[in-house]
Design a protein around this ligand. Structure first.
Ligand code: DOR
Ligand code: ZN
Length: 423
């Protein structure tokens, strides 16, 4: 067993800087980040010439499906997929059975993580019991074991319940990660209420169903003074609301996903792999999200990796399950479509995929001496075609299938252990 690993001759991207330097890992920690580290006898040396080294990526929004839905994904397969994508920490969403709404129910997930996870997994607890939107969970009891609190999958419909949740979040210094969606505005929709839906006879999900609840929550968060994070934002109005809230000093952060930044509704096909909630919206929304990423309104890119079985995704746009996988393509999509295209810098990509999530969720770590050796190494020159058959996830349904991308993960270290290595 090698306890010392030298990543030699690579390019390190961190904290807005790019430099040629070695990274030396000793006993699971980053011991040195310096040029020309001399290896000792017995060190495992990785030749990183031509490769790019960054802090392990962090995905704040993944569905690992255990306990309860292991035909879709397991903690073993979901974390193997995450490591394949360069991720060293993921936060797992609580739409599970049982939902992590008490210590006893959360413990079931923690036990599977302990047994099967190949990277770090921090669960979310629910905001309300059974994610039913009525009765709050015990924030103080659950807080030490979770990334934050979320009823992801559905919005918290009752204003007073969200107000109380935010008061609890402020009291216990935790974060609310909100899936914002007003149920009564859904009207049976399942893709974006726009040109594609109109032309092809589909029922649409209006943008207001998202931004109305964000608008409500911003006022509640301002009142409670809690940390408030908006999940998977998809509309131009949401971007503007958050931009203004930040300018007012509200403690708000948000994420969007690679698919919302790189596609619009007119890219849809009549296949379940284009269906997720919130839906891929108009070109104008996409462009507003890009502008929000560029100006810092959007803090984080998170995938909403949401695997389902092949059968559940085989029923076309109207009848397939909501959700697509994304953790094995996230970096390459962002690198190819945003960095290579000159829309954001590589340093910014590392910020939104790794550094900002650590900071907002107070996860610690990062590529510096003394921290845990959670590291991703990418070959930015490597081109490939997205082929779901190469995924380690059980989920295979992705709108990126067939895309030509660049930027492949070659090595993922978690606490200095190899969690993924390209063959
Ligand atoms: O597309 C989605 N899939 N949106 C959600 O809100 C839930 C998720 C899931 O759990 O499949
Ligand atoms: Zn959600």
């Amino acid at each position: 067993m090698n306890t010392r690993i030298l990543l030699k001759g690579g390019t390190v991207v961190r904290n807005g800087l790019i430099e040629r330097t070695d990274v030396y890992v000793v006993d699971g920690k980053i011991a040195r980040v310096a040029a020309d580290v001399q290896p000792a006898e017995g060190d495992k040396i990785y030749d990183c010439t031509g490769l790019t080294i960054m802090s392990g990526l962090v995905d704040l929004h993944v569905h690992l499906r255990e306990p309860g839905f292991s035909s879709k994904e397991t903690i073993a397969t979901g974390t193997a997929a995450a490591a394949h994508g360069g991720f060293t920490t993921v936060c797992s969403m609580p739409n599970l059975a049982p939902a992590p709404d008490t210590m006893e129910n959360l413990q079931q997930q923690l036990d599977i993580i302990e047994r099967d996870a190949v990277i770090k997994v921090l669960p979310y607890a629910t905001i309300t019991r059974k994610r039913a939107g009525d009765e709050l969970v015990n924030f103080a009891e659950l807080k030490p074991y979770v990334a934050g609190f979320s009823d992801d999958g559905t919005g918290v419909q009752t204003e007073e319940v969200m107000r109380q949740a935010m008061v609890e979040a402020a009291k216990t210094d935790t974060i609310i990660a909100a899936h914002c969606e007003v149920d009564e505005l859904l009207r049976g929709g399942y893709i974006h209420d726009g040109e594609y839906a109109a032309k092809n006879g589909h029922r649409g999900i209006c943008s207001e169903s998202e931004w109305k609840q964000v608008e409500r929550d911003i006022e509640l968060a301002a009142e409670a003074g809690c940390r408030y994070h908006v999940c998977h934002i998809s509309t131009k109005q949401t971007v503007e609301l958050i931009r203004q809230a930040k300018a007012r000093g509200v403690k708000i952060t948000c994420e969007t996903g690679p698919h919302y930044l790189t596609m619009c509704d007119m890219d849809l096909k009549e296949e379940g792999r284009f269906k997720m909630n919130p839906p891929i919206r108009s070109a104008e929304d996409r462009d507003a999200l890009i502008a929000g990423l560029q100006d810092g309104t959007i803090d984080v890119v998170a995938t909403d990796h949401a695997p389902h079985t092949a059968e559940e995704k085989s029923r076309g746009l109207e009848r397939s399950a909501m959700g697509v996988v994304g953790i094995e393509t996230s970096f390459a999509v962002i690198y190819t479509k945003l960095v290579k295209a000159g829309i954001i810098s590589l340093e910014k990509a590392v910020e939104v995929l790794a550094e900002a999530p650590r900071k907002i969720f107070k996860l610690g770590g990062g590529l510096k001496e003394g921290e845990a050796a959670d590291i991703a190494v990418f070959d930015l020159e490597k081109e490939f075609t997205v082929d779901p058959d190469t995924f380690l996830s059980k989920g295979r349904s992705t709108p990126f299938e067939g895309w030509q991308l660049q930027g492949e993960c070659c090595l993922t270290l978690v606490d200095g252990r190899v969690a993924y290595e390209r063959k």
